[in-house]
Design a protein around this ligand. Structure first.
Ligand code: SF4
Length: 699
């Protein structure tokens, strides 16, 4: 409600005048319709007045050829118009909106079938369709309001359906809906809280526009003799009866019903236009500053993020001062994760030393169906991450890093097919889709690249937390979930008092902190961070990376950091996996891989890192291969300075090149499955591979 008042205050004067004028006219007619038996001087079926009497004190609007009082017929006509219009547009709304939502969100055969039916209805001339329906319904249930309302509603069901379906198609691809899926929200919640909440904003506008159109359609049906009949006042029918009166000078019999139609349609149209202006802020954005557009927006305050609060000790000192939660109180009921971050004396969870992987990716492949044939985005990738360990996943754009992250989360698009297993603490998630959904956002979390679009713009920050917590902990009360959200926000350096604000009121760095708080609030075992700092400046990037490292240490998270930035990996990761063309081509401890990279692609990547010593920037020559179709040998062969004949024919397998360090390259024994004991040597050009990389240093 506050948001509606806010939008009303921000609306332009013209919009407000339109709404008020339209509302006054519509409400005026509604009052007349409601009080028709009291206001009308005569009954709508009383036809004992003088025939074709001019407007007079006895009959203000005159009388008709059928001896009806025109004013009474106009008043009762308003009553019928409201009954039919409200019934027909409401009925159409309750059928068309849910169908549009489900059809647009689920897609597939159901969508195609519904679109076919609705398009057929939409293509039918609307008045003709209403006449056919009215003709059939009058014989089935008799003439009257129900028959008229149902016959008109058939016209508007496809209109609601089309608008809502198209809007749903767009909203379901929004990144905040994607984020809700990745957090494990059930389909019902996604559809109602995320998609419907955004789509239904357009419904009031469609309703008023359809209502205005329904007035005309009802008049058209009445004019053509398909209305409720002579004894029920209906403006279109009365005009049809008065059509010949104009020729004999009786102008009043058609003028007043006609004016009533024009006035009601105009009022409803103005109301719809005004509501549209107010509900759609983009129409106003061009002429307003951010401060005017966003309630509560304070550019100066938002530009300066608060200090990294909780990760460095006493919360009372470091949490921003606005409404910090009481530490004593927090100590009683805080979730373990937040206590761990809040309290300086809370022990850090040790990294797993027993070798058991919190996350095990086992031989995972992902293939996208495309018009050009299958695209092999990820091929036979295996990866293990222990609790408390951080693994950097690096490579050029398009090498499959993000697809692998999505495959682990189980949120691949419908055109993708996955094989292989994803095990969380030894449990195969791929064997149980529902268990996988429950794990998302709970024990398996994802931090996205662009926090600006991952939060629902219509929901307060607190609502995101409440939704997530209650989806995974159904017994949690809203109050407890809200408290947990404030504590989680404080833990990542966001003032808890701001939990009631909307995403657009935060800077990029603050939004990323919020995303991280969302990711860790339920104490996950595994955190996938997909380019979490790409959209941030270097100072905020450093803060976010520090925060993630501290949370990993304190919570014992197994972290997979997807990035193209080797410097970040060097600073924050224990191990690194280098991906190329959908495969992991080298993997090992960061110190080992960066100090002595074995795969030519890793060497080329490291040589392209710009450091203070760099004289001339280097780039990896060429570009990654097209992953559509199959590649016969090593995918890096076309770019590799050491490529040999065997490289173009045999895909190299991973082989051990040092302790806990593997590379997939024919230069090392074991890489060639057809000659497992052989290391191939390029003719006279072999690099001294034990030496440090061509350039770049490990910091
Ligand atoms: S297998 Fe051959 S082409 Fe591939 S990286 Fe090794 S040397 Fe280069």
């Amino acid at each position: 409600m506050n948001r509606m008042f806010g939008r009303w205050r921000q609306a332009s004067r013209t919009s407000r005048v339109l709404v008020m004028a339209g509302a006054a006219m519509t409400v005026g007619f509604a009052v007349v319709a409601l009080l028709a038996p009291l206001l009308a001087p005569y009954g709508q079926a009383a036809h004992d007045a003088p025939q074709l009497s001019r407007p007079s004190l006895d009959h203000f609007f005159g009388t008709t050829n059928d001896r009806f009082d025109v004013l009474s017929r106009v008043i009762f006509g308003a009553r019928l118009a409201f009954q039919v219009v409200l019934a027909s547009t409401t009925f159409a709304l309750f059928i068309g909106v849910p169908l549009g939502l489900v059809s647009g969100y689920t897609g597939g055969r159901l969508d195609r079938a519904l679109v076919l039916v609705m398009d057929a209805l939409y293509a039918f001339p609307s008045l003709l369709l209403a006449i056919v329906m009215a003709f059939a319904l009058q014989r089935w249930i008799g003439p009257g309001v129900p028959a008229a309302a149902l016959s008109i509603s058939v016209i508007y069901i496809p209109q609601y359906f089309r608008v809502v379906r198209n809007h749903t198609l767009a909203v379901r691809e929004e990144t905040f809906v994607d984020a809700a899926r990745a957090m494990g929200a059930p389909r019902r919640v996604i559809l109602t809280r995320y998609v419907a909440a955004n789509v239904l904003q357009s419904v009031p506008v469609i309703f008023t526009v359809n209502a205005a159109d329904a007035v005309l359609t009802l008049a058209g049906l009445g004019f053509l003799g398909q209305g409720p009949g002579l004894r029920t006042a209906e403006w279109g029918f009365d005009i049809s009866r008065a059509i010949t009166d104009v020729g004999i000078g009786a102008w009043w019999t058609s003028l007043f019903p006609g004016l009533a139609i024009v006035a009601l349609v105009t009022g409803m149209s103005l109301l719809g236009e005004g509501i549209n202006d107010i509900l759609n802020p983009r129409l106003r954005a061009a002429g307003m500053s951010a401060e005017g557009l966003i309630p509560g927006f304070d550019a100066e305050a938002d530009a300066t993020p608060p200090p990294l609060a909780t990760v460095e000790g006493d919360a009372s000192e470091s949490v921003p001062t606005a409404d910090p939660p009481a530490v004593e109180d927090a100590g009683r009921e805080l979730p373990r994760s937040i206590q761990a971050v809040y309290r300086d004396d809370a022990p850090a969870r040790p990294a797993s030393s027993d070798g058991a992987a919190a996350l095990l990716v086992d031989d995972v492949s992902v293939t996208y169906r495309s018009a050009r044939g299958p695209v092999h985005a990820v091929q036979n990738v295996s990866l293990a991450v222990r609790a408390g360990e951080s693994v950097g996943l690096v490579g050029e754009s398009g090498c499959g890093k993000s697809t692998l992250g999505r495959a682990v989360m189980g949120v691949l698009p419908p055109v993708a097919e996955r094989t292989g297993q994803v095990l969380l603490d030894g449990v195969d998630l791929t064997a149980d889709a529902e268990a996988w959904r429950r794990a998302r956002g709970d024990r398996l979390s994802l931090v996205f690249q662009d926090p600006a679009t991952r939060l629902d713009p219509l929901q307060r920050i607190e609502s995101h937390f409440v939704e997530l917590i209650r989806a995974h902990r159904p017994g949690t009360s809203k109050a407890d979930a809200a408290r947990m959200s404030r504590e989680a926000l404080a833990a990542v350096g966001v003032p808890p008092a701001r939990s009631r604000q909307y995403p657009h009121e935060f800077s990029g760095g603050m939004r990323q902190r919020i995303m991280i708080a969302l990711a860790v609030v339920l104490e996950p075992r595994v955190l996938i961070a997909d380019e979490p700092t790409t959209s941030l400046d270097v100072l905020v990037e450093a803060q976010i990376l520090d925060l993630m490292s501290e949370l990993r240490r304190r919570l014992g998270l197994a972290v997979v950091l997807i990035t193209h930035n080797l410097g970040i990996v060097a600073e924050t990761c224990d191990r690194v996996a280098v991906m190329y063309a959908g495969r992991i081509v080298e993997e090992g401890p960061v110190a080992s891989v960066f100090a002595a990279p074995r795969h030519p692609y890793t060497q080329a990547l490291l040589s392209a890192v710009i450091t203070l010593e760099t004289q001339a920037p280097a780039a990896v020559p060429g570009s990654p291969p097209d992953l559509a179709g199959s590649l016969p040998g090593c995918p890096f062969a076309p770019r590799c300075p050491l490529a040999m004949a065997v490289c173009h024919e045999v895909i190299p397998a991973g082989s051990q090149v040092a302790d806990d360090h593997a590379a997939a390259c024919h230069l090392y024994p074991g890489a060639d499955p057809t000659h497992p004991d052989q290391a191939w040597e390029p003719d006279g050009r072999r690099l001294r591979l034990a030496e440090p990389p061509l350039s770049g240093t490990l910091r």
